[in-house]
Design a protein around this ligand. Structure first.
Ligand SMILES: [Mg+2]
Length: 206
């Protein structure tokens, strides 16, 4: 269970289970939905499912309409740009690959291994603290609790660098990941994420 973007008139969804997203939340919702539809398209391609593939492309197509409206632009504008670029640069039909492309930072600025380590720490910490109501995945955690936890973890980093310093990089990395866990789970919560459903099973938290 969680928040995900759906079409405006999906039959069978209960009114009480629906909410209206804010402007900032829409950004992450669009991103998640794009990735979801892309994965569905890829699966249809892998299965050789031609009608399914067209269906997923239609979903992606509709997302382009939605994102255009989100920016207050018209599809006519998008089409004009698309045609002009097609004329000057061509499309994506000939499988041309440029082999000297610079690595763009973008989402790759942090390695997936680092991000995975933070996610793994979030899960580990959740199972350790959920029962006592202190999981960072709990949307009910107060700002004061989050700040206190963050300061404590920052303190642990400081301790690794000062009198208890064992010159152990692994320990320092571990403590920095703890800091990242508290910070990133806080960001998730502020951005409309958080995983309240985890607490249905844990019986802890808010
Ligand atoms: Mg789809």
């Amino acid at each position: 269970m969680g928040r995900k973007l759906v079409r405006d008139h999906v039959p069978g969804l209960e009114e009480k289970d629906l909410a209206i997203a804010g402007t900032i939340e829409m950004r992450r919702l669009f991103r998640a939905k794009l990735l979801e539809e892309y994965e569905e398209w890829l699966q249809a391609v892998d299965e050789g499912n031609d009608s399914g593939m067209v269906e997923e492309l239609a979903d992606l197509y509709e997302l382009v309409f939605g994102m255009t409206a989100y920016c207050g632009q018209s599809m006519q504008e998008v089409t004009t740009h698309a045609l002009a670029k097609m004329e000057s640069h061509g499309g994506f039909y000939d499988r041309i690959v440029w082999t000297k492309a610079a690595d763009k930072l973008g989402s790759k600025v942090l390695s997936p291994l680092t991000l995975d380590a933070v996610a793994a720490e979030a899960i580990r910490a959740h199972y350790k603290h959920a029962a006592s109501g202190g999981s960072f995945l709990d949307p009910g955690l107060t700002v004061t609790q989050r700040l206190a936890a963050l300061m404590e973890e920052v303190g642990e980093v400081g301790r690794e660098l000062t009198y208890d310093n064992t010159q152990d990089n692994n320990k320092l990395v571990k403590e920095l990941i703890h800091v990242a866990n508290v910070a990133l789970t806080w960001v998730e919560f502020l951005e409309g994420g958080g995983r309240p459903e985890l607490f249905v099973y844990q019986g802890g938290g808010s």
